[in-house]
Design a binder for this molecule. Structure first.
Ligand code: DX5
Ligand code: ZN
Length: 204
C-alpha cells in the first residue's frame, strides 16, 4: 500500500485531475506536486455506473510518466474487476470501487485486505458539487468501524472538499482528501494544496 503522506499529521491530499485543464495536464500536475500533493486521483467513469464518461488506462499511463507519486484510481464503473489488471499495468497504485457495482465484493476484496476506505461526500459522477453535510456522521461511523476492527486502512473522502469543508471532514476522522474543483479552479493549485493541508493541521 502506498503511503506518500509526506506532509505531516498523516494527512494525504489527492488532487483529482477531473477538474484539471487537460490541455496543460503536465503543467497542472507539476503545480500540485510543487504544493506537496501526496497522491494523484483519477476518476474513471463508464457512463453506466454514473452518467458521465472519463478516463481509462491511457490517462493512468500518462500520469505515471509525470510522477512517481501514488496514483489513486477511483472506479465508478460497473464490473470494476474487469479493469484492475490493465490499470495496474498502466501504473495505478491503489483502487477504490463501489460495492454495488459488482456482484461479488468479496472476490475483489477480502476485508482483511482493505487498505483504503472511500466515503463519497457528494453523489458520484461530477466534479464541483457541494459537500453533503450528512457525510460527517458517515465519516465518524466509518472511523469507528476501522478502529473497532483494528484496521490501519486510510479513510478517504471525495467530493466537495474545499478549504471550508476539509477541517470538519478531518475532525470527523478522514485522513485522505480528494479535491478537484477547489484545487484546479483556484488560480494557484500549489497554494491551494498547501492551504488544504494547513486547514487539517490546525484542527489536530
Ligand atoms: C466525483 C469524483 C470526484 C471529483 C471530486 O464523482 O469522484 O473525485 O473529482 O471533485 P470536487 O473536488 O470538484 O468535488
Ligand atoms: Zn473520485
Amino acid at each position: 500500500m502506498p503511503d506518500g503522506g509526506g506532509g505531516g499529521g498523516g494527512v494525504r491530499i489527492a488532487p483529482s485531475v477531473l477538474s484539471a485543464d487537460l490541455s496543460r495536464l503536465a503543467e497542472q500536475v507539476e503545480q500540485v506536486l510543487a504544493g506537496g500533493a501526496d497522491w494523484v486521483h483519477v476518476d474513471v467513469m463508464d457512463g453506466r455506473f454514473v452518467p458521465n464518461l472519463t478516463f481509462g488506462a491511457n490517462m493512468i499511463a500518462t500520469l505515471r510518466g509525470l510522477t512517481d507519486k501514488p496514483i489513486d484510481v477511483h472506479l465508478m464503473v460497473v464490473e470494476p474487476e474487469r479493469y484492475l489488471e490493465s490499470f495496474a499495468a498502466a501504473g495505478a497504485s491503489v483502487f477504490t470501487f463501489h460495492p454495488e457495482a459488482t456482484v461479488h465484493v468479496q472476490r475483489l476484496l477480502a476485508v482483511a485486505d482493505l487498505d483504503l476506505l472511500l466515503i463519497m461526500t457528494v453523489n458520484p459522477g461530477f466534479g464541483g458539487q457541494t459537500y453533503l453535510p450528512a457525510s460527517n456522521d458517515k465519516i465518524r461511523r466509518a472511523r469507528d468501524l476501522l478502529t473497532a476492527h483494528g484496521s490501519r486502512a486510510f479513510l478517504e473522502v471525495d467530493g466537495g472538499i474545499t478549504s471550508h469543508t476539509i477541517a470538519t471532514a478531518h475532525a470527523a476522522g478522514a485522513d485522505t482528501f480528494v479535491a478537484g474543483h477547489a484545487i484546479f479552479t483556484s488560480g494557484d493549485p500549489a497554494r491551494e494544496v498547501r492551504d488544504l493541508r494547513r486547514r487539517c493541521l490546525v484542527t489536530v
